[in-house]
Each structure stands twice: as C-alpha cells, then as structure tokens.
Design a protein. Structure first.
Length: 310
C-alpha cells in the first residue's frame, strides 16, 4: 500500500528534471555544446538547428515506454551532411544505462538513417567513473562497441566555471560538485554570472527558475547571502540586487533593518507571488506549455490560465 506513492513521487521528480533539462538544452543548445563538448562545437553550423519531435521508445522486454529527451538535427560546417545529436539526461544511476543509450541509438538510426552523436548528461552523486560504451561480444570476435559522450555534472568543480559567461554553465552550476557549506557562495556566483549576460528577460527568468529547482537556499542561508552581497563592490552589488528575480530578497533585507518582522514575511510572500506572476506572463508570451510554467513558477494551472486570458 505504501510503495506506489513513493514510486509515483520518484517518477514525478524524474519527469520534472527531464523536462527542465530538455528545455535548458533546447534554449541554449549552442552554449551547451560549446561549454561542455568543445571538440564537437566547431563542426556544427548552429544557424541551422532543428529540434525533432520527441520520440517515444517502447521497451518490450521491460514493458515500459521511454521518451527520448532531446534530438537535434544539425548541418555540419563546410559539408553537405546532416548529423543528429541525441542528448539524454539521467538523474539516477542505472546499471543498464549504457545499454539503454545503445537501444535509443539503434531505434533512432533505424528510423532516420542519419549519423548520430549520443550524449549523456549525468547529475547524480557517484565517485567512480561511469562507463561511456556498450559492448557485445561473441566467442570469436568483438561484435559491437558503441560509444557516447558523457557530462557528469557532480564531477565538475563549480569554482572552475564561475568566470564563464555561458548561460548553460550558469544554470548547471546548481548541479555541479559542491559541499553543503558552499551553497550560499554557489548562489552568489550564479547571480554574478547572470549579471554579465546579455539575454532577454524570459530566458533570464528561466535560468533563475532552473537554478532554484536544484539549489534553493533556506531562510538562514538567504540572510547570509544578503550579508555577503552587501560586501561586494558597489557597482557589482547594485547589478545583483537589481536582477529581476532578486528584488524580493532585497525587500527582505530592508525589512529586517527596519525591524518589521511581520511585514517581512508578508512582504516576501507578496514579492514572490508578484515575481512568479511576472515570470509566468513572460513564459506565456514565449509559448511555453502551462504545465511547464506551473512547475517553474509554482502557480496553479488555473492562475496561469487566468493570466493568459488577461
């Protein structure tokens, strides 16, 4: 009786992670490839990227359906050739994951007959290196050796990436390897990174929402963060405090200084509600589905529909 809700909750978390990561890769596809797969980047003409309809793979052995995360069709630079780039996000370790990558590859190649570059993005904790190939042998020969590129985020040192002006790097900072006591500093560095970026408000809101999904500070950490922001150089401090998503935190700090404890809680609640509504309006204008907007903003679907009607 108690097993099913746990499974459903785990599947819901996986689906949320799956959709957010897919959206991040699609919104910042070139930046993602440039940052994490620099050897592949020069070969691609990013002016001609087409994201193909999400494929549904039927696993007949296990009796399950799997959605393939991101499949991009690109043209190679200086060549009249098409390449498909399949990117799969994995938030939990599965022993048979390399085999699944091969099965996806086989299915996609059989359907499209195009060369495929498979990429795995891993976001779970594990000290050992994960395999990047799947092999099939017979008694007399090696029949198959299938390889794929891999990005294991927890093995990336977040401090080595904070000088980047790449939005994909900034968002994925939230899933890189950091210690618990570094959470506040990671958030501050993320804010500093996005102040340097020239991207539109809707994309800025999405980056912030993505980051907050994986690294959300508690009240004590937020207070610590505001204290540390106050010690930044004046120009940089002003830029951070005027980010679209941080004005309510500024209001929280000002409320504390004035000693209005009741007003802090209420003001922060109203500020968050107002921010979420503004985010929703921008994402509605971008054409994002209501269910994805609800996940990012934590507004109800009914609230989002009402905003869309207005």
């Amino acid at each position: 009786m108690f097993i099913t809700p746990v499974i459903l909750e785990e599947e819901a978390d996986y689906m949320k992670h799956d959709r957010l990561t897919k959206k991040l890769i699609q919104e910042f596809f070139e930046e993602f490839i440039e940052a994490f797969f620099p050897n592949l980047h020069p070969h691609i003409d990013f002016s001609k990227v087409i994201f193909l309809e999400q494929e549904l793979y039927l696993d007949y052995i296990n009796g399950r359906k799997k959605e393939i995360d991101v499949l991009a069709e690109v043209k190679l630079n200086h060549q009249d050739k098409i390449l498909h780039i399949h990117t799969e996000a994995q938030s939990t370790r599965e022993a048979d994951f390399p085999e699944r990558m091969f099965l996806y590859f086989s299915y996609l190649y059989a359907k499209h007959r195009k060369p495929i570059q498979p990429i795995a993005v891993l976001s779970y904790n594990r000290k050992k290196d994960e395999p990047t190939q799947f092999k099939i042998d017979s008694p007399t020969q090696e029949v198959l050796q299938f390889n794929f590129l891999q990005l294991h985020l927890k093995k990336k040192n977040w401090r080595e990436n904070i000088q980047s002006d790449n939005p994909a790097v900034a968002a994925l900072l939230s899933q890189m390897g950091y210690e618990e006591h570094e959470r506040v500093q990671v958030k501050i560095e993320f804010l500093r990174m996005i102040t340097r970026m020239k991207i539109n408000p809707a994309k800025m809101e999405f980056l912030y929402g993505f980051f907050e999904t994986y690294l959300k500070l508690n009240k004590e950490e937020e207070a610590q963060m505001m204290e540390e922001i106050e010690n930044l150089p004046e120009e940089e401090k002003e830029m951070v405090l005027h980010l679209p998503n941080s004005y309510f935190e500024k209001g929280l700090e000002e409320g504390k200084q004035e000693g209005k404890q009741e007003g802090i809680a209420e003001g922060r609640k109203e500020g968050i509600q107002k921010r979420n509504q503004e985010v929703a309006l921008k994402l509605i204008a971008k054409g994002m589905p209501i269910n994805e907007i609800a996940e990012i903003t934590e507004l109800s679907k009914e609230e989002i529909k009402n905003l869309a009607d207005k």
